[in-house]
Every structure is written in structure tokens, then in C-alpha cells.
Ligand binder design. Sequence first.
Ligand code: GTR
Length: 386
Amino acid sequence: MKLFVILGVFLMAVDAYPSDNLLLPDPLKSAEGMVISSSEQWQAVRRAEILELFRTHVYGRTPVGRPTDLRFETKEITPTALSGSATLKLVNIRYSGAGGEGMIELSVFIPNAVPKPVPGFLLICNRSRENIDHTRENKSPFWPVEWIIERGYVAAAFLNADVDPDKDDGFQDGVHGIFDSKNVPRSPDAWGTIAAWAWGASRVMDYLETDEDVDATRMAAIGHSRGGKTALWCGAEDQRFSMAISNNSGCTGAAIARRKQGESIEAINRRFPHWFCANYKEYNDKEDELPVDQHELVALMAPRLVYVASATEDNWADPMGEFLACVHATPVYSLFGLTGLNTDEMPKPEHPLHDGHIGYHLRTGGHGLTEYDWNCYMDFADKHWK
Ligand code: GTR
């Protein structure tokens, strides 16, 4: 909501949020001060600048793309999974580097009753393996496969720990151990664990592009919390994903850092020193000095689809900060002639915003990925993909 305030002879538009009197980095002004006024300028100049800033100061630089020996081993195909409604494919994605070998175990359910290729959702699972149980003995709302299949979408998932275990071990294990050079000191912009997980999602995309049952041009990367931070960074780095979904991603996910609400940069770096690059620690308690803020991460998805979801009791993730990132990413969508968010008023709980290319909802309850959230994501996909 804009309030118009008459100040002397000036008419000023002031954002009427209690704590949105923030000076945010302007996504539409280049490093050299050029005003970005077209989608061409955004794509040619500004997008790359912002991406580089996030690499240098926040998530770190990923030293390797698709490994030359990347290979996909289909372990199992079950054409009659879920009582015949889906085909299940279990694929081992293998790669190696100077420091050894790695493998991602991917599960992909494809609905049988839907014309191929089928769009869908790749869950970056940051919880235990039971949450993405392909035998379906354990059924978790974290990955409601039956429901996703019923709604006609691909349900794919992998475990983040396959790519890099979530621990502060000096970057010895996982893909850091495989690909980082042992002979030179680690640089302050070397990739952290969130970037490693995002890299893993891109290797899954490498596979999905080869699967003729899957529409790889309409795949969403989805994650919860640290997985949501990963989904957004993955969508920024890998433009093959046509949607990124951030569920309760909070600090260094969708939430604006400069609001200093909920988890701070200092708190996240202290508790999870391995998630981001070493440079990010320079911004502990210095949010205002960061050359980017998280609305620009959301904006890196433009003109593709992006969805941010918050929960009313999840103050640690700063729901208002997550919403405002969408509001402040919207001008970048406008460059493409698209609506980002179609309002700048925080919606009430259970009143999702699905009309624009940026989706948002606020769910009643705490930190978590629930069936309500999934339903919203599929409603949004129905609206924009079908
Ligand atoms: C919390 C962390 C958050 C969020 C969350 C999660 O402890 O402070 O940034 O990532 O973990 O991933 O569940």
C-alpha cells in the first residue's frame, strides 16, 4: 500500500510498512549507475552483476559445472508404482573429481495417466531419508508423492546430504572434498554447502533433461528452510529451472537481511559456518554494507516463476521480510512486461497470491513444509503451466 504524503511542495510515495523504511540496493541500477529500463539491459548487464555479487559475498563460487564423467545409472523402473498410477525410476547420478567419487540417489515418480512429457517438482530434501521414502512405507507431508501424482505432476527428490553432508568439517567431505583443489588455500569466495546442494540439483536437472517422460523445461526446484535457500540459489545459478520455490527459507533465503528481524547474518554464520562463503562473515552485524539484499535473489528468477511461502509463527524466518523481498523483486518482472506480485499488501493467512509470476502465501502455523503448502504450489503451477 502506498501512502501519499505532502511534504511542502513535494508529493512523495512512501511505503506504508512499519519496518519497510529500508534503504535497499536497487536492482535496477547498474554498478556504473546506469538505470536499467529494459529486459535486454537486465539480461545483458544487471543480472550478471547481481549474480556475481551473490557469488562473491554470499554463497560462494562453484568451481565446477557438469563433470565430464557425469553418468546416470537407472537402478530400477517400476511401471506400476502407487497401485499402477505412476512409474517410479530410481537413478544413481555418479561423478568424480581429483578428490574421489560422489553419487546422488534420485527418485522420480511420473504419473501414468498424463500425456508425456510431464512437468513437476524436484524436492531438495534437507531432512532424513525417510521423508523421501520411495517405497512409500513412510509417508511424510514433506513429500506427498501420492497427492502430487494425482494432480498430474512429476515428483522427484534427492537428499542434500548425498551431495554434501550438512556439517562444518572444514569442507573435507562431499563435493568440496571431491572438487576443491587441495594445493591452494581456500579462497574467501569459495562455495559453501548451500551452493554445493544447488550444484547437486543442477546435476539432477542434467539427468531430467535426458528423461523423455519428464518435461525438463517445466521443472520447479523446491526446498524447505535451508533447502529453500538452496532452491533460490539453484534457480539463480541454473536458468534451466523454470520455477524456484522457497518454503520458509528465511535468512539468506527470501528474507530481506536489512530488516534485521528473526535470524541475523551473524547468527546464521555462527551456527552454520559452512553454509556460505567466508566473505559473508564480513557482514556479521553489518547488513547495511552487504552490496546485495535478498529481493535481488528473488529477482534473479525473472522472467521465470518464483514462489515464496511463509508461516505465521515462523518469526525466525521473518515472514514480512520474505514477503517484502517479493514486493521489491516485482520491478524486475515489470521490465519483462510481467506482473511479479500484484499487490504490495501482505495477504492474510490462507489467502495465496497466485496471479503474477511471483507467488506468495502465508500459512497459519509454524516452520514446516505441509500439504497446504504443496497444494498452493500445485495450484500456482496449474495456473501458469497448464
Ligand atoms: C535453522 C536455521 C534456519 C533454517 C532452519 C532449517 O536452524 O537457523 O536458517 O535454515 O534451520 O533449515 O530448518
